[in-house]
Design a protein around this ligand. Structure first.
Ligand code: AHR
Length: 326
């Protein structure tokens, strides 16, 4: 059973914004796709930094294959410059639709203007870029601020409003790192007994989480902590290793809440080493390609589509584990 939920949804997504802005539906200039012609989509993925990302890539690739859509996939290895190169190459290839998940928020204005000038519609997946809404058709992804709030609410309840917290942040400048921190700290304002004492980036990777946790546990302040908020499960799993190597018990000496809901997090909860994971659903291939087909057909789309998610803790982990799809 899920412990907390987003708002109940009609299908698998919730449409939260539906402005009458200029670029709803097809791109400026329209799509070049002709009836019967195979749709070609260029997709610039961030990388393969986490279990979440691997599941997201798999969802996108398999959905394209299922629909007979040609997917030109490019892995940016977590580098913005590689993403910009890929986007320019999709313009040169004259693909029908460009899809991308921006690694960081800032710095997309010029290349997105080039895409707009070329008349190619853009679908933003997972993370938002810091550009005006008329630069893309729709943005499909999670509500990261709400995920941060959910993590803080769960922790406040678990710790009775008193905790000395370590924070493992995601990639600096990325939407999930910025928004999850924001949501978490927003809730903390209501709990004067809960404080983040140390905060460091682990770049959303397991190795990064382990390294940052080792540094925390070497510092006198870090050793006073009794809770950990990790912006994703991979970093939490790395931190668990560091906590054990320091002779402490993860999940007991340090209560851990993280975000994603990957299978490894459920296994760690069943083992009593992780306390809670806030879901961030990577299986968005079907919604993305619904949007691709709608854009090519010249249909209207909302500017924002939010993915449905829940919160899971140790009390439900064993029952939920067999149902996890990623
Ligand atoms: O953008 C989604 C985030 O990116 C996931 O929470 C994290 O695991 C991934 O790397």
């Amino acid at each position: 059973m899920k412990l907390a939920f987003g708002i109940a949804l009609a299908a698998s997504v919730l449409v939260v914004g539906c402005s009458g802005s200029k670029q709803e539906g097809a791109a400026p200039g329209g799509s070049s796709s002709k009836p019967g012609k195979k749709i070609v989509v260029g997709f610039s993925q961030i990388g393969a930094e986490s279990g979440w990302r691997t599941a997201n890539t798999e969802s996108i690739k398999s959905e394209a294959a299922k629909r007979g859509i040609e997917l030109r996939f490019s892995d940016a290895q977590q580098k913005q410059e590689n993403q910009i190169k890929a986007l320019r190459s999709f313009i040169a290839q004259k693909v029908d639709v460009i899809m991308f998940s921006p690694v960081v928020e800032a710095g997309w204005g010029p290349v997105m203007q080039e895409i707009k000038d070329a008349g190619i519609p853009v679908i933003v997946a997972d993370r938002r870029p810091d550009v005006s809404e008329d630069m893309y058709v729709t943005f499909i992804g999670s509500d990261f601020v709400e995920e941060g709030r959910r993590a803080a609410r769960w922790l406040a309840k678990k710790m009775n409003g008193k905790a000395t917290i370590l924070e493992l942040q995601g990639t600096p400048g990325s939407a999930p790192a910025i928004d999850r921190k924001k949501g978490f700290e927003e809730v903390l304002k209501d709990y004067p007994g809960m404080k983040i004492v140390l905060s460091q980036s682990g770049d959303f990777t397991r190795a990064g989480g382990k390294q940052a946790m080792e540094a925390f546990l070497k510092s006198p302040v870090g050793r006073t902590a009794n809770a950990l908020f990790a912006h994703n499960d991979d970093m939490a799993l790395g931190a668990i290793q560091a906590i054990e190597e320091a002779g402490l018990k993860p999940g007991k000496d340090i209560v851990i809440v993280s975000i994603d809901g990957v299978r490894g997090a459920f296994e760690a909860m069943v083992a009593g080493k992780l306390n809670c994971t806030v879901e961030c659903n990577p299986i968005i291939g079907p919604q993305l390609f619904d949007a691709v087909e709608a854009v090519v057909a010249g249909k209207q789309l909302p500017k924002r589509i939010v993915v449905e998610e829940g919160v899971y803790d140790q009390s439900v982990a064993a029952k939920e584990l067999p149902n996890r799809k990623y």
